[in-house]
Write a protein that binds this ligand. Sequence first.
Ligand code: B1M
Length: 210
Amino acid sequence: MADFESLSQSVISGKATQVKEKVTAMLEAGVNPLDIINEGLIGGMNVVGPRFKSGEMFVPEVLMSAKAMAAGIEIIKPLIADQDIPSAGKVVIGTVKGDLHDIGKNLVAMMIESGGYSVVDVGVDISPEKFIEAVREHKPSIIGMSALLTTTMLNMKDTIDLLKEEGLRDQVKVMVGGAPVSKDFANEIGADGFAPDAASAVELCKKFLA
Ligand code: B1M
């Protein structure tokens, strides 16, 4: 039985080396890579969130946790992103303007890629204008916007409005997600869909491109 609790604990305490060792040992023992992500790594970040909120953890510690989680993801990524799958469609993904949170966005990008789509990750703090530029340059079927702050989620609407103004809205499906985002909010701003987590994001891509 894999000790996900111990892996989560290493994420919480920001110990990247321990995370790497534990992830490697679990993979060698044949544990499913997605279970390692969902139960061990995300499990740890799910504890970090409330502690950050309640003032038990501060930004430098949260960053250490984020780095420890990223170290684990790096080891797992090549195992689940199958480069040989022919692309089922292209997705441009980024975190919206003013927002630097990228852990969830990176996970979503990785899962979408492993679902057979080619992904162009445009990064964080992406303004509506930069999203438009990326749509023109990469011609994706889907654009994905991530936001973790209640203040920055409003920038999703600005991007959708600019897509309309630029006559590009009909060419792409818009998917939104991130902790403060909801289905109702997605409908309100005129997005095509909302995904609460990375696995649902892959399902949504499939639905969009079916
Ligand atoms: Co920030 N932060 N943070 N933070 N941070 C939150 C989001 C917060 C909820 C913490 C809290 O107070 N409880 C709070 C937001 C409050 C609000 O707006 N209501 C907050 C705040 C306030 C801030 C700062 C303003 C703090 C400060 O400086 N005073 C600041 C803002 C900086 C900025 O962006 N301009 C800040 C900074 C940071 C760090 C830099 C320290 C770090 C980010 C490091 C990084 O990303 N590289 C950080 C972190 C780590 C967090 C928490 C603790 C964890 C976020 C995370 O990575 N979760 C977070 C608390 C929390 O969310 N519980 C918090 C794990 C990740 C796997 O989940 O991102 O939700 P998540 O992604 C999920 C789903 O949401 C979904 O799938 C993912 C996988 O299942 N999903 C999508 C995400 N994007 C999607 C896109 C899709 C579809 C699904 O389609 C395109």
